[in-house]
Design a protein around this ligand. Sequence first.
Ligand SMILES: C[S@@+](CC[C@H](N)C(=O)[O-])C[C@H]1O[C@@H](n2cnc3c(N)ncnc32)[C@H](O)[C@@H]1O
Length: 235
Amino acid sequence: MRYGESVDAGRATIPAYYRERAWSRLARFYDLLVRLSLLPLGGERKFRERFMSFAGLIEGQRVLDVCCGTGGLTSLLANRAGDDGVLIGVDLSPGMIETARRKTGSPVVGFEIANSESLPFSRNEFDTAFVSLGLHEMPEAARCNTLKEIHRILKAGGNLFVLDYSLPSGAFARLVMRAFVAVFEDEHAYRMLTNGSLATEIQEAGLAIQKQESVHGGMFQMIGARKVAGGTQDG
Ligand SMILES: C[S@@+](CC[C@H](N)C(=O)[O-])C[C@H]1O[C@@H](n2cnc3c(N)ncnc32)[C@H](O)[C@@H]1O
C-alpha cells in the first residue's frame, strides 16, 4: 500500500476561532520551539516516543494524525507503520502542511489541509488516529465535533490516542501548570485544562476509554480509546 501524492482536500472551511495567519507564520519556527520547550522534559524524541509506545503497534495499519502540525509525530509514526502501512497527517494550516511535506519523504506518508471538524475521509476508513497537542487549541464545541469525526472515520475496533495537557495533582505543580497555560495558550486551552473535561468528551463522542497515563508529573496526559463495535454511535 502506498499513500502516493497527497492532494489538498479542496477548500477546508476555516472556523472563526482558528488563527490561520498566526499558525502559518509560526510554521517556520514551530519545530525549533517544540524542540527547545521539550528539552527540560528530556527532549522531543523521548517525549514523542513515549506517546508512540503508549499507542503500541501500528504496523500495516491505516493511520490518521489529526492536527499534525509540521508532522513531527507523523514522520516518526511512519517508521513504525512499515511498507504496508499508510499514514495521513491533516492540519488546517497551509504553512504547517507545507513544512510537513518538505521534511517528510516517506512514500507511505501524505499530508492534507483539512479542518478536523469535517475530515475529508469516508466512515470506517482508519485503524488508528492520533491527536498530539491539538485538542486544547479548540473551543469545546469544535473539540467535540473533532472527536465525533474521528469516531466516524475509525473502523469498529479502531483506536484513538490523545496526548494533551493535564493538571498535576500537587498544589504547587497545579499552580505552575495553570500559569503556564494561561500565559502561553489561549482561553480554550485554559478552560479544557481546568475543567479536566477531555476524557469525558472522548467518551461522549462514542469512544470507550481503554487506558490513561500521566506524563511528566501529570503536566500531560495520554488517553487511549476505542471505537467499540455495536455502540449506539457506530458509523
Ligand atoms: C500545538 S500544534 C500540534 C502539532 C503536532 N500535532 C505536534 O504534536 O507537534 C496544534 C495544531 O493544531 C492545528 N489545528 C487547530 N485547530 C484545527 C482544526 N480545527 N483542524 C485542523 N487542525 C487544527 C493547528 O493548525 C496546529 O498545527
